[in-house]
Design a protein around this ligand. Sequence first.
Ligand code: ATP
Ligand code: MG
Length: 170
Amino acid sequence: MSTDRPVAVLTRSERETRALGALLASVLEPGDVVLLTGELGSGKTTLTKGIVAGLGGTEEVTSPTFTIVHCYATDPVVAHVDTWRLAGTGEVAELALEEVLEDGGVAVVEWGELAEPLFGADALLVRLGHADERGGSGRVVELTAPSERWEARARRVGADARRAGLEVRG
Ligand SMILES: Nc1ncnc2c1ncn2[C@@H]1O[C@H](COP(=O)(O)OP(=O)(O)OP(=O)(O)O)[C@@H](O)[C@H]1O
Ligand SMILES: [Mg+2]
């Protein structure tokens, strides 16, 4: 387990949340799992839009609330998962996401808490929340690296975000 503090990025608009997703995409490798957590409307799908676009996706990204999983023809392939309607971790296991990962794809999971028992030890955890600034909107996006495999990459995303003009804390 890492003792590193999360990298926290403030996104002030939907555009910035997408931009952060694209920066995250640039460090992803085949077999990666990204678990997105955060309340309703915190920006999980928006971040995924940026990830898919960053990996060359041209298809419009919508929340797979009813289809549960949608795969994008990106490089690597992105399996976008929404566990909102699933009853528990067992149902996430039934999705057999390992097959996508073994084939060199990556999985991006909304409401990722449910998948944490399956993948948490080696998945990047991304917690999104409303920044709640007085009179303003915005989101705080925290990247937590649970393993050495992720630490340098999470820091790289933070550095890239700072260079791109986003506010980065930690
Ligand atoms: N940094 C931001 N500042 C302001 N609005 C934002 C920001 N990032 C995303 N949004 C907006 O927040 C709204 C909700 O975003 P999104 O659908 O991505 O959330 P979600 O976490 O996927 O929601 P759900 O829990 O329903 O799946 C969208 O209208 C999006 O444009
Ligand atoms: Mg969503």
